[in-house]
Design a protein around this ligand. Structure first.
Ligand code: EPZ
Length: 421
């Protein structure tokens, strides 16, 4: 296992470039199963979750070629396997995105529940209800194993009981080759959903309304080949902006799309940050005194749950008491125990709400990343803290942030990757 050794309280400055969006690339790669023509995809982040997804695609018989950093060619024309290997899928929750395309292309799929994680049990009831509504037959084999059959999927109207990003994306992929029209209501509006629909439409799909809560998909017979560039990662963008604010540093974040983060810019202004927001960059200026604010996560275009942990670290430095309400996941606040070990003053009211009292002096500790976004939040806390922090289980951070220590070193941070002793 590897660890980061981080020495805090170094002033940071300079520019940091944002990579391609993990939560867009994972779906675009999975969607390649729908076409028997070649797809080329650029700006794919070189991160562990992408490695896990390509492992599963290759196991299914998809020819996946990396033709340059972040540039992939995908050819699913000879992919005939319809059983998802649980040894591979248990390492990637997003492997659920392969179920719909396999069902749409081959009429059958066998898979195991992709597993929950520390942020929540991650049910798949909405996925299964959607496949059934499209005419599929679902057999539960016990122990979280499923077999789904569909002679011919038929268009339907499906209402999501709650907004779900990957369930929305999965039902778009599952209905693309179905007979007739599918209408999805109470669908997710994330930019990653829009980008997926835009690319699929460029390959001959007929999807209308992506980005709104009602999406219409007219079934087609097949998809053509295509070329796509993954959109910038809005969560990386937001993470770096929050890091700059927490460290009171002058940092320019480049190669990003600030229009995907309106709710974050409002919160950073409310905290007292000065921001210069351009078309594809954001400059965060030191602002001195940070103000406590109340934060509530919400589906897009609200404040992203994936930025809640980094923002909570920022709030430990704000003057006053802040209420953080995590509305999406039931297990996404437990990392705050680790922040308290580092000197923060955070009270957990219930699994969805905490009170953050600031400002609090943080001190370096020996800690472990519980998950991806809490992991990067602990990196920010360590950069803030007095003294040295040893951060373990950094695979969790490598899942979603490419070469993160190299990019932070370029800003002046003291962060080294070492093999655990
Ligand atoms: C996507 O996860 C993202 N992952 C998550 O990012 C992100 O936090 C989340 O959307 C919310 O924005 C990817 O895109 C790969 P949901 P997803 O379904 O789709 C419940 C990261 O750090 N639910 O929108 O899995 C679910 O438990 C990750 O990059 C059901 O109850 O999230 C949650 O409480 C973490 N039944 C709520 O819906 C279902 O069948 C919303 O989750 C499906 C979901």
């Amino acid at each position: 296992m590897e660890q980061f050794i981080i020495k805090g309280q170094r002033p940071l400055s300079g520019e940091i470039k944002v990579g391609g969006a993990k939560n867009s690339a994972l779906k675009i790669l999975a969607a390649s199963l729908l076409s028997d023509k070649k797809w080329r995809v650029k700006n794919v982040p070189q991160i562990e979750d992408i490695e896990r997804m390509t492992d599963v695609l290759k196991d299914l018989g998809v020819e996946v070629l990396s033709i340059g950093s972040g540039y992939y060619s995908l050819d699913a024309s000879r992919a005939a396997k319809t059983d998802l290997d649980p040894k591979l899928t248990r390492r990637l929750r997003a492997s659920i995105m392969l179920v719909g395309p396999l069902l749409a292309r081959h009429g059958r799929v066998r898979f195991s529940h992709p597993g929950g994680c520390v942020i929540g049990k991650r049910p798949i009831d909405i996925f299964l209800a959607g496949y059934k509504a499209l005419g599929a037959e679902i057999k539960e084999r016990g122990g979280g194993n499923y077999e789904i059959f569909a002679r011919k999927l038929k268009g339907t109207t499906f209402v999501f009981r709650i907004v779900s990003v990957t369930a929305t994306e999965s039902l778009i992929l599952t209905s693309i080759l179905a007979k007739g029209k599918t209408i999805l209501k109470n669908a997710a509006c994330e930019p990653e959903v829009v980008s997926l629909a835009d690319f699929l439409n460029s390959c001959g799909a007929k999807i209308k309304g992506a980005g709104t809560s009602t999406i219409e998909i007219e079934g087609v017979n097949s998809l053509s080949g295509g070329e796509h560039t993954i959109i910038p990662d809005r969560i990386e963008t937001g993470t770096f902006a929050i890091m700059a604010a927490a460290l009171n540093s002058h940092i320019k974040i480049t190669n990003c799309n600030p229009s995907h983060l309106d709710a974050l810019w409002v919160m950073l202004n409310n905290v007292g940050m000065k921001l210069d927001i351009g078309k594809n960059y954001v400059i965060v200026e030191p602002s001195g005194r940070l103000r406590a604010v109340n934060l509530k996560t919400h589906e897009y275009p609200g404040f992203p749950t994936d930025l809640q942990a980094p923002f909570t670290v920022l709030l430990t430095q704000a003057h006053g008491s802040s209420l953080v309400h995590e509305t999406v996941y039931e297990g996404r606040l437990f990392y705050t125990d680790i922040l308290n070990q580092m000197g923060a003053n955070i009270i957990m009211c219930d699994p969805h709400r905490i009170i953050v009292n600031g400002p609090a002096k943080l001190y370096g500790q020996k800690v472990t990343s519980p998950d991806l976004r809490a992991g990067i939040a602990l990196v920010i806390a360590a950069l803030l803290a007095k003294g040295e922090t040893t951060l373990g289980n950094i695979y969790q951070i490598d899942r979603g942030y490419e070469k993160i220590e190299e990019r932070l070193q370029a800003l002046g941070a003291s962060i080294q990757r070492i093999r655990e002793k």
